[in-house]
Design a protein around this ligand. Structure first.
Ligand SMILES: Nc1ncnc2c1ncn2[C@@H]1O[C@H](COP(=O)(O)OP(=O)(O)OP(=O)(O)O)[C@@H](O)[C@H]1O
Ligand SMILES: [Mg+2]
Length: 292
């Protein structure tokens, strides 16, 4: 077979992104779309996906608020090689306002840097909670997308963020333990009433392997939870991710590997969608207001 043709075919296959996107309805001028990137198992690529998705959306002229919501081990800034002076902990402490901590990590991508060891947000006193509420409520109004990178696991912090998001982008790998943990997260989210779960299978060696992993997850979900999850993207193993990660250069222009291309395709599909209910509480309003 012709080498060039074979290569093109491989590329077409590997940039696969599921064409039928689910429930998000198009509503021109609608409110900010909140997407929580979550996983059961750690180390499956959440932060990398969140970062590259944020930049890909910004490349489509969307204004993106990227929030490091991994309150156990915040590390987006490390992946970016930046050392922000202020982070969410300073807002919690009432030392500065939310706008003081935002860093434009790439054109159009505004990072709210996270702090480690803040898992116990639920334990903060009423006065500070009020400050947080005031700082965050309405913040997302100036943005098209809010992308939240959450920590691993199914703890209350992760599910607390994920349950109010318009869409949970569940990142998993074909690894059996990742699959089991992904199922556990879907179960908790369904129990909490968040039904919009989109799956991205990451670090696969082929599209077939990714699809197979998704099918295994979805089968268990349908069997036991009765409502399927949707396949959004299959993201292949890409050495460029490791290379750019080591150099803290994920957002470097010119990243052309198959992972970056696939996430760009995912962003393009997502960018055509916004939320049908333009009014009402935004993400932070729900988060702090406790609406379900
Ligand atoms: N598609 C990919 N191909 C190759 N390497 C990848 C891919 N996706 C992620 N990685 C690498 O896997 C490692 C873990 O990624 P990342 O930190 O994004 O995972 P995480 O889910 O955020 O982890 P944690 O649960 O610790 O927050 C990193 O070294 C990253 O560069
Ligand atoms: Mg992470």
């Amino acid at each position: 077979m012709n080498d060039q043709a074979q290569k093109l075919r491989e590329l077409a296959k590997s940039t696969y992104v599921e064409p039928s996107l689910p429930q998000l309805k198009r509503a021109p001028g609608g409110r900010c779309v909140s997407i929580a990137v979550a996983s059961g198992k750690g180390g499956v690529g959440k932060t990398t996906v969140a970062l590259v998705l944020a930049e890909s959306l910004a490349n489509l002229q969307k204004k993106v608020l990227l929030m490091d919501a991994d309150l156990g081990l915040a590390n987006i800034h490390i992946l970016l090689g930046i050392a922000p002076r202020f982070n969410i902990s300073h807002v919690v402490a009432g030392e500065c306002g939310i706008n003081d901590i935002l860093v434009e990590a790439a054109p159009g991508v505004f990072l709210a840097p996270g702090a480690s060891g803040l898992e116990q947000l639920s334990n903060i006193d009423a006065g500070r909670l009020e400050k947080l509420r005031a700082a965050f409520t309405g913040l997302e109004e100036g943005y098209d997308y809010l992308i939240m990178d959450t920590g691993a696991g199914i703890g209350s912090t992760v599910t607390g963020f994920a349950r109010y998001a318009d869409l949970v982008l569940l990142v998993m790998t074909p690894d059996p333990s990742s699959l089991a943990d992904a199922y556990a997260l879907v179960k908790v989210l369904y129990e909490k009433g968040n039904a919009n779960v989109a799956v991205a299978v990451n670090m696969t060696s082929s599209v077939e392997e990714g699809r197979d992993a998704f099918e295994r997850l979805n089968k268990v979900v349908v069997n036991f939870l009765k409502k399927p999850v949707e396949l959004y993207a299959i993201l292949l193993n890409d050495r460029e991710v490791l290379r750019l990660g080591r150099r803290q250069r994920h957002l470097a222009k010119g990243a052309g590997g198959v992972f970056y291309k696939s996430v760009a395709v995912l962003a393009r599909k997502l960018s055509g969608y916004s939320i049908a209910e333009p009014a009402g509480k935004g993400f932070f309003g729900k988060l702090f207001g406790g609406a379900s």
